[in-house]
Design a protein. Structure first.
Length: 127
């Protein structure tokens, strides 16, 4: 690791959590409200199940509230999405266009294992 980053582990982890949650919540707004763009054609049960998890889970992860549970739920959603949508098409993510789902799955799993960290509502509630 470059030496100039060694003292910034908590801050870079917080940025990872915040940006991941922010990016994920927009998938929920797309499914539920067609904001900022309408979703691609998907079954209505996906909109009804995945949309709220993406919106609420992404928001909770972003602000750092109940982070472990929210991230674990989001990780499970992405694992399910990968295997039900992408994994049935071809075995590798590069072939089945499931790279984003796989990456979200494991980033959320990591966030679930680490908790909210600094710059979070959970950290503020502990003080």
């Amino acid at each position: 690791m470059p030496s100039f980053l060694q003292g910034y582990g908590p801050q870079t982890y917080a940025l990872l959590r915040i940006v991941t949650g922010f990016l994920f919540l927009w998938h929920g707004t797309q499914k539920l409200f067609s904001i900022p763009i309408p979703p691609p054609p998907i079954p209505s049960f996906v909109i009804g199940v995945a949309g709220p998890i993406e919106l609420v889970g992404g928001t909770l992860v972003m602000i750092g509230l109940y982070t472990r549970w929210a991230a674990f739920l989001c990780s499970g959603l992405m694992a399910f999405a990968y295997w039900m949508v992408h994994g049935l098409q071809a075995p590798l993510p590069i072939q089945n266009m499931g790279e984003l789902a796989a990456l979200y799955c494991f980033v959320f799993l990591y966030i679930s294992s680490q908790g909210s960290g600094i710059w979070s509502v959970d950290a503020g509630r502990k003080s």
